[in-house]
Design a protein. Structure first.
Length: 254
């Protein structure tokens, strides 16, 4: 008998949950990509309420904590920092004072720096290529852009005018998510010229991000190629050793 739609959906849901448990980085990557490429533009267009973005970033923090990357100390640190940032990220849209507004930007930047360093260690020290290594490489690139976006937002709040931003239309004011756009434009070295770093700190930050954006693809590709070559050499050596052992056993029997 054909399965009922409810049973099919339940089976799919169980498979999705099993995949998320086995590959938590996939869950983190999905949430992060959704926040950057779908949610942020919709908020700037005014099609989605602004409070949805901090709620999504809070979900992103929870996903990162669920991924539980790194050693015990790193995990505990991320859990503590994430637990503090979730209410702060939501509170800044409820009417927090100006000094409190700086804490989420600083905390989120610190959080993603720790996550990025842990991912980088896992990706670049691995001796095998698995799905988690590929997902980690993509996630690390997105984390770099996110981290710098929070740094730009922090710089702009600490010193208004640190960045020369485009004049917003009255019906569509600039949202904090705009710094995501500027960060990834800088990371990919596209540089449309609609936003310029003015202060020394902003220029130094943009220069550092552009340099990382140029070096990262070359470094990650070189690392993946070297791992693949090393894996192939190990497999070849194991096959040759197995053939020699098998030949030795046959000779002994003869």
């Amino acid at each position: 008998m054909p399965q009922k739609p409810a049973a099919v959906n339940h089976g799919r849901g169980r498979r999705v949950m099993r995949f998320a448990r086995n590959h938590p980085l996939a869950l983190l990557l999905a949430v992060e990509a959704f926040a950057i490429f779908a949610l942020a533009p919709l908020i700037e267009l005014g099609l989605v309420a602004q409070v949805i973005l901090p709620a999504t970033f809070s979900l992103l923090l929870l996903a990162a904590m669920y991924a539980a990357i790194g050693g015990k100390r790193v995990r505990r640190g991320l859990l503590v920092l994430g637990a503090l940032l979730v209410p702060l990220e939501l509170w800044r849209y409820v009417g927090a004072s100006a000094p409190v507004l700086l804490l989420p930007f600083f905390g989120m930047a610190l959080f993603f720096v720790v996550v990025s360093l842990t991912l980088a260690r896992a990706v670049f020290t691995s001796r095998t290529i698995r799905m988690d290594q590929v997902l980690g490489g993509v996630l690390l690139y997105l984390n770099i852009g996110l981290t710098f976006a929070f740094i730009y937002a922090l710089l702009d709040h600490l010193g208004p005018g640190a960045l020369q931003l485009p004049t917003p239309a009255p019906e569509r004011p600039l949202h904090a998510s705009y710094f995501l756009y500027f960060s990834f434009v800088t990371l990919t070295t596209v540089g449309y010229g609609d936003t310029l770093p003015i202060s020394a700190a902003a220029r130094a930050t943009a220069t550092l991000e552009a340099a990382i954006g140029q070096l990262y693809p070359a470094i990650i590709l070189a690392r993946l190629v070297s791992i693949e070559v090393s894996q192939r050499d190990r497999r070849q050596a194991e096959r040759e050793r197995a053939e020699r052992d098998g030949g030795g056993v046959s000779s002994g029997k003869g």
